[in-house]
Structures are given as structure tokens and as C-alpha cells.
Ligand binder design. Structure first.
Ligand code: FDA
Length: 307
């Protein structure tokens, strides 16, 4: 949200195929990436999910976005079905849900992408319901917002517990919060992680934070289930104040403010950790660097030895 030239450059680099290929093959990048990403395989991620689930809740995300073809979309869907089977088999479904990106399920493919991704998401929702957990549909850049909310509406006809995500940096989001604050509606409110134009988004921190506060008030006075996804201490304090006496949850990313996560869980608040895993970690990781460039120097050093 804080739109600095450095952040814009990092988010631009997040879209580079050449950098992605170099980074994802670099063994040297792994230690710093591991702070945010549970590992490249489900077998690496599940022990971390088990450990987190002792005091927190988890949303597992199989990394990947913008698949190039139908086969890629089908592979992502299969990865989620395997993941959900394992959650059921390992007794994790009560505390661990899944997050999915529709672009990883084929949303942007030519010739009916939204229908393909909605069908794939439906298979994932059915498998989640079977083992007793839920699905939240991540929100990507603003060009996909309408299509993504349309898919969530379709999924909710059969699986009303399907979670939506709204981004406070978008000018439209207050209205979307009103529309989605109905009974039982699970809505994750985040600030937003993409580099969006001023025509559709607030671009300075104060305006994004003010929008977040307005949106939070709407969700907290509505009849839905707010999922407050932020690491911002002031917004968390506001959520605790507005949410006193009602059901809601706090959410943070794996690797960000872990001590605060534990403290909030210990104080009796429902705290969920977004836990990504998979080989396609590059765009996710670059968005995390864009939020806090402090890790950048270390990450770039890991590249300087690449040939
Ligand atoms: P802000 O960026 O202002 O950070 C507040 C403070 O938190 C910082 O001062 C710092 O201390 C700490 N912090 C934040 N990010 C950090 C980082 N990467 N490394 C270290 N410290 C950090 N976005 C989106 O567009 N679509 C989505 O579906 C989701 N889903 C989602 C799920 C969950 C559970 C979370 C927590 C976040 C998302 N996001 C997201 C990302 C979100 O939009 C946003 O980019 C980040 O959460 C950072 O914003 P904050 O609200 O934390 O505030």
C-alpha cells in the first residue's frame, strides 16, 4: 500500500518470468525464503501446520498463480485435493483450512477461464466439506475482482462457508463490504498486496489505513464472520475493540510477527496463520519484500554468487 519507487520495482520484478526462473532455482535464496514459505512440498509444510495448530489456526496455500494452460490448472486442483485428503487423514481439518488463488485454477485462460476456475474451485470446496474444513478464495489484482466475487457467489450456493477476500486499498471495497456483510459470510479483510493505479486504489498509507478502519466497522457491525488479516498493531487493537463480544478471527502471514501471533492466541483470540508452500514461491515472496524491503539486501546477496 505504501507506494514507493522501491515497492513498485519489487512488484514489477514479481511479474518477471526470467527473475522467477532464476530465483526459484537458486538454492542460495532458500534460507531467506523459508521465513515466509513452509517448504517446497506438502511433506515439508504439514509438520509446520501441525506445530502452528497447537495454539493457532492455519490457512494452507499451495503456491502458484497465473497458470499458462489447462494442464497447469488441473495440476493445481489435484495438489489441493491431495492436500485436503492429508488434512483429513492427519486430523488437521478442524484447525486448518485452505486458501486458493483462482488464477492458479485457470481463471485467466483464454476460452472460458472463469468457468474453468470456478469448476476447479468447486471440486476443492467439495473435498474440503468432505473432510470438514473450509476454503477461502484469495483476491488478486483489481482486474480480477468482479470475476472472483462472482465465483465466490457461485460457490456459496453449495458451500455457504466459502470465504471471500476484500482489499481495503481498492476504492470499491467499502461497498463490497456492505454487500458481503450478510449472515454467515466469511470475509477476510486485508490492505492489498498488488501495485494498483490511483484510478482504482488509494496509494498512500494513511488513506489505505482509513479505508481499512471504515471497512472493518462495516464488517464488525454486520452479521458475517470478519477475518481481520493484518499485522498492523493499531488495526488489530481496533479489531479487538470493535469485535468484543462477537465472533471474528485475526489472521497473519507465516513468518511475520510470530511473537505477536502467539501472544494474541495465548490471550484467547482466534488467530489464523496463512501458510504457503510449493516450488512456485517467487511472486508471493516478492510481494512480501515489497511490504518490507528490510530483507532485500540479504536476498540480493544470495543472488550475487549466481552465474
Ligand atoms: P502494513 O504493510 O502496514 O504492515 C504493518 C506492520 O506489519 C509493518 O510495519 C511490519 O511491522 C509488519 N509487516 C507487514 N508485512 C510484513 C512483511 N512482509 N515482513 C515483515 N513485517 C511485515 N493481499 C491480497 O492482495 N490478497 C489476498 O488474498 C491476501 N491475503 C492475505 C491473507 C493474510 C492472512 C494476510 C495477513 C495478508 C494477506 N494479504 C493479501 C496481504 C495484505 O494485503 C498485505 O499486503 C499484508 O498483510 C501487509 O499489510 P499489513 O496489513 O500487515 O500492513
Amino acid at each position: 500500500m505504501l507506494t514507493t519507487p522501491l515497492r513498485a520495482a519489487l512488484l514489477g520484478a514479481a511479474r518477471s518470468e526470467r527473475l522467477r526462473a532464476a530465483a526459484e532455482h537458486s538454492r542460495l535464496a532458500r534460507p531467506v525464503v523459508r521465513r515466509f514459505v513452509a517448504g517446497e512440498t506438502l511433506d515439508e509444510a504439514l509438520p509446520i501446520a501441525h506445530a502452528l495448530a497447537t495454539d493457532r489456526y492455519v490457512s494452507l496455500d499451495h503456491l502458484g498463480e497465473n497458470v499458462a494452460d489447462r494442464a497447469g490448472a488441473d495440476q493445481t486442483t489435484t495438489a489441493y485435493l491431495t492436500l485436503l485428503h492429508r488434512l483429513g487423514a492427519e486430523g488437521l481439518a478442524r484447525r486448518v483450512e485452505v486458501s486458493v488463488k483462482l488464477s492458479a485454477l485457470g481463471q485467466s485462460l483464454p476460452g472460458g477461464g472463469p468457468a474453468i476456475s470456478t469448476d476447479n474451485a468447486a471440486k476443492i470446496c467439495a473435498a474440503a466439506a468432505e473432510v470438514g474444513t473450509t476454503v477461502t478464495v484469495d483476491m488478486e489484482d483489481h482486474s480480477t475482482t468482479d470475476r472472483t466475487l462472482e465465483t465466490v457467489r457461485t460457490l456459496r450456493a453449495d458451500w455457504p462457508e466459502t470465504g471471500a477476500v476484500l482489499q481495503a486499498y481498492l476504492r470499491r471495497t467499502e461497498a463490497d463490504c456492505r454487500a458481503l456483510a450478510g449472515t454467515g459470510s466469511r470475509v477476510r479483510l486485508c490492505k492489498g498486496a498488488y501495485d494498483e493505479p490511483a484510478s482504482v486504489a488509494f496509494r498512500d498509507r494513511a488513506a489505505v489505513d482509513a479505508s481499512y478502519r471504515r471497512c472493518l466497522r462495516i464488517l464488525m457491525t454486520g452479521a458475517g464472520y470478519p477475518m481481520v488479516a493484518t499485522h498492523d498493531p493499531e488495526l488489530i487493537a481496533l479489531a479487538l475493540e470493535l469485535g468484543a463480544g462477537r465472533e471474528f478471527e485475526l489472521q497473519m502471514l507465516h513468518g511475520v510477527r510470530p511473537a505477536a501471533q502467539r501472544e494474541l492466541a495465548e490471550a484467547g483470540h482466534r488467530m489464523r496463520v496463512y501458510l504457503p508452500y510449493g516450488a512456485a514461491w517467487y511472486p508471493y515472496f516478492m510481494r512480501r519484500l515489497g511490504e518490507r524491503p528490510a530483507n532485500l539486501a540479504f536476498f540480493l546477496r544470495s543472488f550475487s554468487t549466481l552465474r
